[in-house]
Design a protein around this ligand. Structure first.
Ligand code: CA
Length: 224
C-alpha cells in the first residue's frame, strides 16, 4: 500500500505521514500542487490524500487533470471548511471521498481503509461486482452475460454503488453524487430509483443472489 499525501501545511502533512507509516503504509509527500500532480501522474499509488487549498495548483484542478488523464487512483480530498459547496466541487472533480479539517487520525485511517476495500477498475473501464459488469465508457451493463438497459440516472446510480461496492451509502451521499444538491430531490426519489434498479439488476435473475441491499436506518449497498 503506497499513499501520496499532497498537503502544503507541513505540520499536517508530516503528522499524516508519520501516522500512516506507523500503520505500515508507504508514503510520499508533496507540499505543493504541481509536485503532487507530477508524482500522482508518474508513480503508482493506491491512494492519494489531496488537500483542497494548495498553492499554484489546487486540489480540484489536480483531481480534474488526473481523471482527464485516465488516472483513477482513489482520492481522499481534505477540505478546510465543512462547506457543502467544497465537498460537492471535490466530488464532481472526481474525488472519491472527503474529510473536513480538523479531523481525527482514527477517522482518516477508517476512510483510507474503506477506500482501499473498493474494487479496482478492471480492464478497459469495466466495474465488476460478482457477475454484474458495468462499462463506464460504452455504458454497457450485463449480468450473467445478459444485457441490462438502464436510464442515464439509473446508470449513474448503479455506477456509484459499484464504485463503492460493499460500502453502505446514505441517501444524502447518493443524492450528492448522483444528483446535484440544487436539484429538488427528496429522499424518496432515491428509494424509487433503487427499486427501479432492483427490478432490472436483481429481479430478473431469480437463481442468483440479490446484489442490491437495503441497510435499515443507514442506506444502501451493492455486493454479496
Ligand atoms: Ca492547504
Amino acid at each position: 500500500m503506497r499513499i501520496l499525501i499532497v498537503e502544503d501545511e507541513h505540520r499536517i502533512a508530516n503528522a499524516i505521514k508519520k501516522g500512516l507509516e506507523q500503520e505500515n503504509y508507504a508514503t510520499d509527500v508533496a507540499y505543493a500542487g504541481p509536485d503532487g500532480f507530477d508524482l500522482a501522474s508518474t508513480e503508482d499509488y493506491d491512494l492519494i490524500i489531496l488537500d483542497l487549498l494548495l498553492p499554484e495548483m489546487d486540489g480540484i484542478t489536480i483531481c480534474k487533470e488526473l481523471r482527464k488523464n485516465k488516472i483513477h487512483t482513489p482520492i481522499l480530498m481534505l477540505t478546510a471548511k465543512g462547506q457543502i459547496q467544497d465537498k460537492v466541487a471535490g466530488l464532481d472533480a472526481g474525488a472519491d471521498d472527503y474529510l473536513t479539517k480538523p479531523f481525527s487520525f482514527e477517522e482518516l485511517l477508517a476512510r483510507v481503509r474503506a477506500l482501499n476495500r473498493r474494487p479496482k477498475i478492471v480492464l478497459d473501464d469495466t466495474l465488476v461486482v460478482n457477475d454484474l459488469q458495468l462499462n463506464t465508457k460504452t455504458y454497457q451493463i450485463e449480468r450473467a452475460k445478459k444485457a441490462i438497459q438502464l436510464s442515464s440516472k439509473e446508470f449513474s446510480l448503479l455506477e456509484y454503488l459499484m464504485r463503492n461496492a460493499n460500502k453502505i451509502l446514505t441517501k444524502d451521499q447518493i443524492i450528492a453524487h448522483v444528483w446535484n444538491y440544487d436539484a429538488d430531490i427528496l429522499p424518496n426519489t432515491v428509494e424509487v430509483y433503487i427499486r427501479n434498479l432492483r427490478n432490472k439488476v436483481d429481479v430478473p435473475f431469480k437463481n442468483k443472489k440479490p446484489l442490491i441491499h437495503t441497510v435499515r436506518g443507514f442506506g444502501y449497498k451493492i455486493g454479496s
